[in-house]
Ligand binder design. Structure first.
Ligand code: BES
Ligand code: MN
Ligand code: ZN
Length: 510
């Protein structure tokens, strides 16, 4: 879908459909009132008759309203004006996209972007509208021989701003929205692919392709290269599979010598930010085999990898002024004849030894070596993203990702980015008291800490490999995909991460 920014008043804009909001007490928004005046109070009359109550997310399509400049008027309910917040704005735009998709209009004028949303500027509203618009058009049908519903006719969406002065900023926000949406779509596509096709080698092919499209530096380590580095924890996970593991390393450089000097927001040093994504392309549990029911969903166990690759794509598209390194340890976790057994002890790249008491706690085993590897980049911050623990789904459900960090500023910046992008995270503790649960009788540590606080002990395990830098860990087990009838990858937390990086590059708007 194409987007453009317009500051035309809705009573002057000819379109196939103009979308205006109505509050719950029947109060028209500024845009609706303008249109209402143009067409002899048709909207007010209809509301007074009780045909539209303005409940948040409700919609009513009107055809051929006399004297209006548009073929259709779409009324969108906004709810109570006093309580109109980010979430209500999102619901309203989503309802508009749904109704637009179901009608025959090829182009529409969305005026909801001129509504007042507490604490949010016009750039935020534009970015969010673009993200919702692109999300509503997402399909994953490459394996269906008959494609689903025909492509909806809506091809062009005009987004309203209040006046000409806002156009330049809104256009910048539109470009950002499109870049983020592209990153989200990549993360969803990679997440949704079946794992007989998207193996660790396929993932590294995709990474290489991405590096060619955006002139990134790309290095892919195979089993031998990893063995040379001493990554025996990572390699132990791959032992049960016929698919060879990969360590994917991509580097984006957005800081020229000049920008290093002038950069705001503490990026002066030019130290990179490192993103690490868990890339288990299928998690059977290994010898500690998972139960069969719903095991197909463990194809989503590489959604951390998908998210960091999607974020990199968005960052490269926006040409953000920062340096970024993306690392993806990629492997299957399978119960083959050479697979790790409970009780096995491996030596990680850091030199610390690990007793593998449960082969299903494999995420931390690949991430710990990726964390140690990231030291070589002298990072400003390292953020790992992983579908790490079922316990995180129990703690936070499918609403918030779990956040852990060894640095307050980094944690707060990520929490803020989550709030701003509506891709929220919630912080959980990393106190030393929990470290005791990882005690092993035979090695430096065990790879599991028992049932209590399972997400915390997983993060505690990782923290032992992240002592040399500012580090945060996002557990996205509950947020990376949806199950049930809507089964599919969500693309989270690409929005959170890109908003964080926008801030780091001095481009945050709010
Ligand atoms: N990939 C899973 C975590 C997971 C499970 C995410 C279910 C989403 C839904 C991870 O590798 C795993 O198996 N974790 C174990 C750890 C346990 C053995 C300590 C878990 O959560 O059960
Ligand atoms: Mn597992
Ligand atoms: Zn896993």
């Amino acid at each position: 879908m194409e987007f453009s920014i317009k500051s035309t008043h809705p009573d002057k804009q000819r379109t196939a459909c103009t979308v205006v909001g109505v509050f719950e007490n029947g109060q028209l928004t500024v845009a609706a009132a303008m249109l209402d005046r143009a067409c002899g109070n048709a909207l007010r009359t209809l509301i007074e008759r009780g045909d539209f109550e303005g409940r948040n997310g409700a919609s009513l399509m009107l055809h051929h309203v006399p004297n209006s400049p548009c073929e259709r008027i779409l009324l969108i309910g906004l709810g109570k004006e006093k309580e109109f917040r980010e979430k209500d704005y999102g619901n309203a735009v989503r309802a508009a996209m749904k109704a637009l998709k179901d009608c025959g209009a090829a182009e529409a004028y969305l005026t909801l972007t001129t509504l007042t949303v507490t604490n949010r500027d016009s750039a935020w509203k534009i970015r969010q509208a673009v993200l919702i618009g692109q999300e509503s058009g997402y399909r994953f049908e490459q394996f269906k021989s008959k494609k689903g519903d025909k492509t909806p006719p809506l091809a062009h969406l005009l987004l309203a701003v209040d006046n000409r002065k806002e156009i330049a900023a809104a256009e910048a926000a539109l470009a950002e929205g499109l870049a983020i949406a592209e990153g989200i779509a990549l993360a969803k596509d990679l997440g949704n692919l079946p794992r007989n096709i998207c193996t660790p080698s396929h993932l590294s092919d995709t990474a290489r392709q991405l590096s060619q499209e955006h002139a990134l530096h790309c290095e892919i380590l195979d089993r031998d290269a990893m063995a040379q580095l001493g990554m025996h924890s990572l390699l132990s996970v791959a032992r049960g599979s016929d698919q060879p593991p990969r360590l994917i390393v991509l580097r984006y450089r957005g800081l020229s010598a000049a920008t290093v000097k002038n950069a705001k927001n503490g990026t002066k040093t030019g130290k990179p930010i490192v993103l690490i994504g868990k890339g288990i392309t299928f998690d059977s549990g290994g010898i500690s085999l998972k139960p069969g029911e719903g095991m197909d969903e463990m194809k989503f166990d590489m959604c951390g990898a998908a998210a960091v690759l999607g974020t990199l794509k968005a960052v490269a598209r926006m040409r953000l002024a920062l340096d970024l390194v993306v690392i993806v340890p990629a492997s299957e976790n399978m119960p083959g004849g050479s697979a790790s057994k409970p009780g096995d002890i491996v030596t990680s790249m850091s030199g610390q030894t690990i007793e593998i008491l449960n082969t299903d706690a494999e995420g931390r085993l690949i991430l710990c070596d990726a964390l140690t590897y990231s030291e070589r980049f002298k990072p400003d911050a390292v953020i790992d993203v992983a579908t790490l623990t079922g316990a995180c789904v129990i703690a936070l459900g499918h609403v918030a990702s779990g956040l852990f960090a060894n640095n307050h500023r980094l944690a707060n910046a990520l929490l803020d980015a989550g709030n701003e992008s509506l891709d929220r995270a919630w912080q959980l503790p990393l106190w030393d008291d929990y470290q005791e649960q990882l005690k092993s009788n035979f090695a430096d540590m065990a790879n599991i800490g028992g049932r209590p606080a399972g997400s915390v002990t997983a993060a505690c395990f990782l923290s032992r490999f992240a002592k040399k830098f500012n580090w945060a860990h996002l557990d996205i087990a509950g947020t990376a995909w949806k199950g049930g009838a809507e089964k599919g990858a969500t693309g989270r937390p690409v929005a959170l991460l890109t908003h964080y990086l926008l801030g780091r590059a001095g481009r945050r708007h709010d």
